[in-house]
Design a protein around this ligand. Structure first.
Ligand SMILES: [Zn+2]
Length: 576
């Protein structure tokens, strides 16, 4: 009896494994640009690195049919015959199909969002330039092949686009400018001598097409601006379910964030008062004020004082490198988790054409199919030709304490460590599935949770300034939720958004303006930090209770990261 059951399960598992693999590699082959970034270079005898995405209506229809048919095939499975790991993957694939069909059938990004095309083209050309998957001349030939297809690709884009809100067209124009630079300057400077002729003959028509597209954006699409960047309640609610996969509805998460806001501010006041007393002994705790006004005065003055302790533009990069070493040593000393075996992390300046989006810093993981390649912690340098006040404002925001938190979040033990664990998931198809369609709340939540863990364990000797800086981050994370849900579904105005950021969550005006734009460009991404942070803490708490006396923080961290970026509700089940 037992034997039959085991063999039966094994069959179901083998069948599901094949199905999952087919899903992962087929969807990747729909986007050769994404395939290169994931480390998939060939599929069904097609050399993906030489191809550029086909975005014609025929190709998009083919994708739609694939998702519909695949959904039917999944419907025929009996989930109870699958292992817990397979069921987790099944859930990820189902949500991914729902999300893809929601976009193709109802959100229609390809008809209304020009940034989709511009970013895709930029990444298609950028990945072969920076990812060391083959000798440089071979990768340059891949870029040349893709440049030859750029005019076709941009023609398809122009034909698809029906209308676009001003903000999306404006950003597409800026990013397309960046792509022109990338082809004309950055990559051109990298071309080996014997390929210069080939590069030029491919780049010339490609650049002409990019300039034509620029003209199209500025003079044609910009006139068809009767499309709303707001998703609206119905679409947003469904996108939120498939993206966050938290088991919570958008309204519920919004209510939680709004309820937390005054609690975090009260905690910040308590943290600030002793600091405020020693920094400003003559201010009498601002006892003449009350409520929000008093909180803003006390907390605001302390945050301003803390901000004075900061790097210079010249020392900024090196300070981040030192912070990285300091954080790594602390993780080791406290045995918080197992550090990655590969030493592939590089701290580099953010690539220039990415600085519009990554204005502070970022993390770019090694490709899941080629984990030995580089992982990059990007630090965006502070240009020395900026006006003095702007330099000062940026250095104050990313001061001594906040730069440490940034490094913990992006690299150690934040994104870098988590992605290294994820790049060891077996089998490969599972690894790619959980990387490509990795749950954003898991990923951003880990980085926030890991930051809190470092402080809980006494990083920087329990510094109250560091704790206050993290609390300020927490306020920002709450504001992210409120902005996303209210702007996308409840017509929150620009002024209401700016007031929330500047008056209630201590954000600098430059930061607030940037975030306002981001909230119009993306949806269901900004809540990942809050949902994920809380999600990680509750998964850990349940795990701790289940383990009782045998609980170990390091074992929890290792085991939870070994799963890769599954939805956090699923993670809880897998750890049981
Ligand atoms: Zn992050």
């Amino acid at each position: 009896m037992l034997l039959t059951m085991t063999s039966c399960n094994r069959d179901a598992s083998a069948d599901f494994g094949k199905l999952s693999e087919e899903f992962v590699y087929t969807t990747l082959s729909f986007s050769p640009a994404a395939a290169t970034a994931a480390g998939l270079h060939e599929y069904n005898q097609q050399k993906l690195d030489e191809m550029l995405d086909d975005v014609s209506p025929t190709a998009l229809n083919k994708q739609r049919t694939f998702y519909q048919e695949f959904s039917k095939r999944l419907g025929a499975l009996k989930p109870l015959t699958l292992s817990a790991e397979d069921r987790a993957d099944l859930g990820i694939i189902e949500d991914q199909i729902s999300l893809a069909l929601l976009d193709l059938d109802e959100i229609h990004s390809t008809s209304h969002n020009p940034t989709v095309y511009v970013e895709l083209l930029g990444n298609a050309l950028f990945s072969p330039d920076v990812l060391d998957y083959a000798p440089k001349p071979a990768r340059m030939r891949n870029i040349i092949a893709r440049l030859q297809q750029a005019p076709r690709f941009l023609d398809q884009a122009s034909a698809n686009l029906l209308s676009s809100p001003d903000i999306w067209t404006k950003v597409a124009i800026e990013e397309n400018e960046g792509n022109i630079e990338l082809v004309d300057k950055t990559i051109r400077a990298d071309v080996p001598d014997d390929l210069k002729g080939d590069y030029n003959s491919a780049a010339q028509p490609a650049l002409a097409a990019m300039n034509r597209f620029q003209d199209y954006l500025k003079n044609s699409l910009s006139k068809r601006n009767n499309w709303d960047w707001r998703l609206g309640r119905d679409l947003y609610t469904r996108k939120f379910r498939y993206t966050l996969e938290s088991g919570m509805e958008a309204d519920e998460v919004l209510a939680n964030a709004e309820a937390d806001l005054p609690r975090v501010r009260a905690r910040m006041l308590a943290l600030s008062l002793p600091l405020h007393r020693s920094m400003f002994p003559s201010h009498g705790d601002h006892a003449n004020l009350s409520g929000t006004e008093r909180e803003n005065a006390v907390i605001g003055e302390v945050l301003n004082k803390i901000a004075e302790h900061h790097s210079t533009p010249a020392s900024y990069m090196d300070d981040a490198r030192k912070d990285l070493d300091e954080a790594r040593a602390f993780v080791q000393e406290k045995h918080l988790l197992t550090l990655p075996a590969r030493s592939n992390l590089q701290v580099i300046p953010t690539p220039e054409f990415m600085r519009g989006i990554y204005s502070v810093g970022g993390f770019s993981p090694a490709p899941p199919l080629e984990p030995q390649l580089g992982a990059f912690y990007w630090i965006t340098p502070i240009p020395s030709d900026w006006p003095k006040e702007r330099i000062e404002s940026k250095l104050r925001e990313y001061n001594f304490f906040n730069l440490k938190l940034l490094t913990i979040h992006e690299a150690m033990p934040g994104h870098y460590v988590q992605f290294e664990f994820a790049n060891d998931v077996q089998p490969k198809a599972r690894r790619v599935l959980r990387a490509l369609f990795g749950n954003g709340a898991y990923v951003e939540g880990w980085a926030q949770y890991a930051t809190q863990m470092m402080l809980d364990e006494g990083f920087l000797n329990h510094s109250p300034e560091l704790a206050l800086t993290l609390a300020k981050q927490e306020l920002r994370v709450l504001a992210n939720v409120i902005l996303d849900v209210r702007m996308q579904t409840r017509n929150m105005s620009d002024q209401e958004a700016l007031d929330l950021m500047e008056k209630m969550t201590f954000q600098e005006s430059e930061e607030a303006i940037g975030k306002l734009q981001r909230a119009k460009l993306s949806s269901c991404q900004l809540p990942t930090y809050f949902v994920g942070w809380r999600g990680w803490l509750s998964v850990r708490e349940r795990y701790r209770q289940a383990k009782g006396a045998s609980y170990s923080l390091a074992t929890f961290n290792d085991k939870a990261m070994e799963q890769g970026a599954v939805p956090l509700t699923t993670l809880g089940q897998l750890l049981q």
